[in-house]
Design a protein around this ligand. Sequence first.
Ligand code: S3P
Length: 430
Amino acid sequence: MKQLPAAQVHGHIGVPGDKSVSHRALLIGALTEGTTRVTRWGRGGDTESTLRVVRQLGVEVVEEDVDTLVVHGVGLRGLRAPDGPLDCGNAGTLARLVSGILAFHDGRFTLTGDESLSGRPMGRVTKPLSEMGARLETETGTLPLTIEGTALTGIEYALPVASAQVKSAVLLAGLGATGTTTVIEPTATRDHTELMLEAAGAKVVRRPGLVSVEAPTRLSLPEVLVPGDISSAAPFLVAAALIPGSSVTVHDLGLNPRRVGLLDVLERMGARVAIFDKRRIAGELIGSVEVSAQPLTATRIEAAEVPTLVDELPLVALLGAFARGTTWVNGAEELRAKESDRIETVTDALRAIGVRIESRPDGWKIRGVPARPRGGKIDAAGDHRIAMLGAIAGLVSSEGVTIQGAESVAISFPGFFDLLESLKQEGVSQ
Ligand code: S3P
């Protein structure tokens, strides 16, 4: 499909519920006693994989509405081994988190995934889980992964990579382990698992750089109200920052401090960012964010900031393309282990439309030119975040961008293009 340029973007919008919280609501809800009512569940290809997998594991989930689910928990060790493999589709979060849960469940479970997921590292979870006593088999350190549930022992594990998925896999395994399970983080990553486990009644101890959990006797989580996904809002906020005269407000957005790195970067680069209506719901901060365009200046991202905007970094590269000066993204080698090798796919995509970007082992160097790039053709490489990057690049280009594989946006945000269309003011004044 071809994304045509827009003169401006304007409007007030809501975005689907946060993907990370939506996965966790199903997985943790499944382990509770009683029901978990999940409102504003973020429906997309990835979260539907989680829905399918928890059902295969014997959990009843009633879909009251497109984004309201009721999970009938089966208790802490109540999941049942299915006959066939558990297909995790494209969802890395599902594959990593469910491994921790299945490690202490009776039975034999096989996890599979699509081509992209089958190339992503699983050794980062099998290593700590094996240290806890889990029985896991993988031939090449990737999916397919076979798990044979067994008794686990709590460990203290220092994460070698800053990954919320690995941290969460270990903490979830800790729900079925004897003693205390502790994860030490080199850099703070998203803490939705900790917050939700606490809300469900687990004993979670948090100190700077460290989180511990002890196996509870039972969990109970009657309600989860999922905040809007800042990663889904990001393309619209970035478009608003890039096109002179534009302004977009996103309401009921998740503002967990470990997820809002993009807002800090936008502000630092000179965009106007206003946050209002801030409140806390079940441990998660939520609020409204308005971003308006201003001339942008280059910035530097270093490793400590990366986890706060890891999925938004492709869009930061686009911001850098418009900013005065040279933007550096460093310490982001984790991008190579995402749905695509995002260091390379972002470089290829932005180069194809005339951006002066160089890939580096751990990020990019981008020379900004405060003018619309011409446009061209971008390959999404089957990666939803690259497809969305292509769409915003088209919007801010002078001739439009053809996106190969645009349909991959449905992995996290099926209604993405309709919402984008609703914000567009036609015609480009140059
Ligand atoms: C996620 C954590 C991040 C992020 C992914 C979702 C999560 O991955 O990129 O989209 O829900 O925990 P890592 O923690 O592996 O960096």
